[in-house]
Design a protein around this ligand. Structure first.
Ligand code: 5GP
Length: 253
């Protein structure tokens, strides 16, 4: 079989050329990194869980009419997605103070915010993904004002969807990061949710106990990351109750 052409390798995923023009195969690795890759580990099964969870969230977004890149899952670690030009921004939505917001502004972690706060970071590893203002984004041409309006609207729709979904399984959506892609339909540009939505890019706290069920478990050495992600997947019904991250891969339809 011919080898596939690798387009890009990031910290947690590899992108390969897809079978049709305009498609990409997104492969989820088991690698975990934090603090701009200063901390690294391989977490067995993480890629399988994130592939499944991202499929689950993106499929739900499609069902409520939020455009996203997901086409179909191919196997345990790969999904077919629509090729998109990624806008070089991390779009962060926060419902409760945590992480860098708490650090920057001295607001205790867990404090509810008066309204969802959207922040933008410029995607540049060498610079440590710095926080930027809309002024920078427009002045440097990363996105237009119209794009930003659309991005905010997409981000808030994702927030409402994800918050409700998580509430239903006893989890508080503290914050999350999404990435937005640009696609062209003839001469018309459309924006869609791209990359992944998974516990790697969200803060998820158990509503009753406050237990962290996201990548902070790895960042802050709080226990088993696979156990945390498996718990999220199991609560959402994404994994059958007898499956754990150590279960051997099986073929899916
Ligand atoms: P913070 O700015 O507090 O570090 O992160 C805010 C939210 O965005 C958290 O849910 C965090 O997981 C997510 N996030 C921020 N930067 C990144 C990143 O570079 N990669 C991933 N996967 N998530 C990020």
């Amino acid at each position: 079989m011919a080898r596939r052409k690798k387009i890009y390798e990031g910290k947690a995923k590899i992108l390969y050329e897809g079978p049709e023009p305009g498609t990409i195969v997104q492969y989820f690795k088991d690698d975990a990194t934090a603090f701009n890759a200063e901390k690294k580990a391989t977490i067995e099964g993480k890629g399988v869980l994130n592939n499944r969870l991202s499929e689950f969230f993106m499929t739900g977004l499609t069902q409520i009419g939020v455009p996203n890149h997901f086409i179909k899952r191919l196997n345990m670690r790969e999904q077919l997605v629509r090729a998109a030009e990624i806008i070089p921004l991390e779009v962060i939505v926060r419902n409760f103070a945590a992480g860098s917001l708490s650090k920057r502004l001295g607001i205790p972690e867990g404090e509810p915010l008066p309204r969802p706060i959207i922040e933008f970071c410029y995607k540049d590893d060498a610079l440590g993904d710095p926080l930027v203002a809309e002024e920078h984004i427009i002045a440097f041409g990363w996105a237009s004002q119209q794009d930003l309006d659309d991005i905010v609207s997409l981000a808030l729709r994702v927030n409402d969807f994800m918050s409700g979904l998580m509430l239903g399984v006893g989890i508080k959506l503290v914050d999350f990061k999404i990435e937005i892609g640009r696609v062209w339909d003839n001469d018309y540009q459309r924006l869609l949710v791209a990359d992944e939505i998974s516990p790697d890019s969200c803060r998820l706290w158990d509503i009753e106990t406050g237990q962290k069920l996201d990548k902070d478990v790895f960042r802050r050495d709080l226990g088993s990351l696979s156990d945390a992600y498996t718990e999220v997947a199991r609560r959402l019904g994404v994994l059958p109750s007898n499956v754990t991250h150590t279960t051997k891969p099986t073929l899916i339809n």
